[in-house]
Design a protein around this ligand. Structure first.
Ligand SMILES: CC(=O)N[C@H]1[C@@H](OP(=O)(O)OP(=O)(O)OC[C@H]2O[C@@H](n3ccc(=O)[nH]c3=O)[C@H](O)[C@@H]2O)O[C@H](CO)[C@@H](O)[C@@H]1O[C@H](C)C(=O)N[C@@H](C)C(=O)N[C@H](CCC(=O)O)C(=O)O
Ligand SMILES: Nc1ncnc2c1ncn2[C@@H]1O[C@H](COP(=O)(O)OP(=O)(O)OP(=O)(O)O)[C@@H](O)[C@H]1O
Ligand SMILES: N[C@H](CCC[C@H](N)C(=O)O)C(=O)O
Length: 493
């Protein structure tokens, strides 16, 4: 990648004592420092990057970006050095903006979506709409980079340097449109600062990630930061009024001087979901765009997907495509990997779905969404991830108890926690559930229990291709396990 800006001052950074060295690169990881680089010593959740300033200097860093705390921590090392020192109140924001200048280009039309649930679906649908309209488009998020380009991503919202490098490569490769997911961690850690967004979308806000944010108010504040990424004169917020906290977000966006495009079932919405009729393979939906009706078929299971499609259509319209053209693409939308994905069907007709529901609201939403498509019982296989919000576990158990008929509690990604303790926390709210720690065995037993007319929802891991136990990742794929179980029991694939 050719850097366009090479001096510190070209990146909007001002060092002490007027130093302005030419730079060979940027990094926030001391282990990646090479001669001539800027090392951003950032405050983190586990440690402060300032602990590694000594290593960075030894490896030839010519500039250090940090905060007042970092400067204090490394005062001795920095007292007597030629290294340029930049002290910023918010060094993560400064790094993100510097990275944008360093890499220099981004797709012309960029939108981002935030919310507890639905981000991947919305970003994927937005990209599919754009592709159907002939734009060179990608989506960036939990399922990686998809569309005209594809690559894996370790995070839902990549760190600022990775993100800006990726956006520049995309723009240079001819990508004109990008829809990205903005996670609350990403927003809190300023990973998107420096991204030039035209439109921002909001799906809903319910409980998750309290291990990181502490309170729902702090979680909401992190999500709301997305709207500060838009310019009041021409930025547009697309808000699902039916999503939890939707009207609060719409008010907040209006108060920031943004234009707001609303979607929802209510009559006041710009893009209204006027009626839906679910069937075995999808749903008929009547959308109204500013009062004008568009009848469409979605090959997607779940009422929530009609909402996500509305947000995606709203993003595409707000980003500049004609509403009629956007709405005409909707029958071409295909499902999102691991989101209410039909994974297998038993010989007796019972269907097995894989879904990424890993919050209390998503478990409830997914089960309720399935109900109109199922004549018999709904069986669920689920668990909760380790090293994540502990308080959501009984709430997930409660949602499953209320909305499913037969429950199997199993392991998700236990990570470094005791899997049995995680299962116990879930089962505190659904003691009658079957407990089967081994996920493959739980899936096999649940598939075996399916009678004609029943459906099985395997929740929590969606598209994931591994199970994290301790710090190791073992190959595991719910869709594959569903097929294996059906094949083992019915003798077919
Ligand atoms: C809690 C969290 O989000 N942590 C992220 C954060 O790490 P951190 O800054 O807190 O790291 P730290 O260990 O305290 O280190 C502080 C600083 O010292 C530096 N360091 C550290 C060690 C060393 O030897 N040298 C060195 O320079 C680090 O690079 C860092 O800059 O910044 C890192 C670099 O960008 C991320 O990789 C890391 O993601 C961790 C691995 C993670 O699991 N994050 C998840 C929770 C996350 O971000 N998830 C969201 C999706 C959530 C959702 O909505 O579902 C996502 O966007 O993916
Ligand atoms: N609009 C919605 N309202 C409630 N639940 C939803 C909605 N959209 C999706 N879900 C549920 O959330 C799960 C995850 O969906 P999706 O991946 O689109 O969300 P996400 O916000 O990207 O999640 P993550 O960032 O954790 O990957 C789905 O499998 C479904 O169970
Ligand atoms: N981005 C989410 C994904 C959770 C998926 C679930 N399978 C789990 O491991 O908890 C997180 O990191 O919290």
């Amino acid at each position: 990648m050719t850097a366009r800006a090479t001096r510190l001052s070209d990146l909007g950074l001002t060092a002490r004592a007027g130093r302005d060295p030419a730079l060979s690169g940027l990094t926030a990881d001391s282990r990646a420092v090479r001669a001539g680089m800027l090392f951003a010593a950032l405050p983190g959740t586990a440690t402060h990057g300032a602990h590694f300033i000594g290593t960075a200097l030894e490896q030839g860093a010519t500039a250090i970006l940090t905060d007042a705390e970092g400067l204090r921590m490394a005062a001795d090392l920095l007292a007597d050095t030629d290294t340029a020192i930049v002290v910023a109140e918010d060094p993560r924001a400064a790094l993100a903006c510097a990275a944008a200048l360093w890499f220099g280009s981004q797709p012309e039309t960029m939108v981002a979506v935030t919310g507890t649930n639905g981000k991947t679906s919305v970003a994927t649908f937005t990209r599919q709409i754009w592709s159907a309209l002939g734009h060179a488009a990608i989506n960036i998020g939990t399922t990686g980079i998809e569309g005209a380009w594809s690559a894996p991503s370790s995070h839902t919202t990549p760190d600022a340097i990775t993100l800006q490098k990726l956006l520049a490569a995309a723009a240079e490769g001819g990508i004109t449109h990008a829809a990205m997911e903005a996670s609350s961690h990403g927003l809190d850690q300023r990973r998107l600062d420096g991204v030039r967004l035209k439109v921002a979308g909001f799906t809903n806000l319910t409980q998750d990630h309290l291990d990181y944010h502490g309170t729902m108010a702090a979680y909401l504040a992190a999500k709301a930061r997305l709207f500060t990424r838009l310019l009041p004169e021409d930025g547009i917020a697309v808000v699902n009024l039916d999503g939890a906290k939707g009207s609060d977000m719409a008010e907040l966006a209006l108060a920031r001087g943004l234009r707001v495009l609303t979607v929802g079932k209510g009559q006041g919405a710009d893009l209204q979901i006027a009626a839906t009729r679910p069937d075995a393979t999808g749903q008929e939906v009547r959308y109204l765009w500013q009062g004008r009706a568009f009848q469409t078929r979605l090959a997607l299971i779940g009422a929530f997907q009609a909402e996500n499609v509305a947000v995606a259509a709203g993003l595409a319209i707000a980003a500049g495509d004609a509403p009629e053209a956007v709405l005409a693409t909707l029958p071409r939308l295909t499902g999102v990997r691991g989101r209410m994905q039909l994974a297998a069907t038993r010989r007796n007709g019972a269907a097995v779905y894989v879904d990424y529901a890993h919050t209390p609201d998503a478990v409830e939403t997914a089960l309720r969404a399935l109900r109109p498509h199922v004549m018999g019982r709904i069986i669920i296989v689920f668990g909760a991830g380790g090293d994540r919000d502990r308080s959501k576990r009984p709430l997930m158990g409660e949602a499953a108890r209320k909305h499913a008929d037969v429950l199997y509690v199993t392991d998700d990604n236990p990570r470094t926690e005791d899997p049995a303790a995680i299962r116990a926390a879930v089962m505190a709210a659904c003691p009658e559930a079957n407990e089967v720690g081994d996920r493959a065995e739980a899936i096999l037993r649940a598939v075996d229990a399916l009678l004609p007319g029943d459906a099985l929802l395997i929740a929590g891991k969606g598209h994931e291709s591994g199970q994290i136990i301790g710090t190791d990742v073992y190959p595991f794929d719910d869709v594959e396990q569903a097929s294996v179980a059906v094949a083992a029991l019915d003798g077919v694939i």
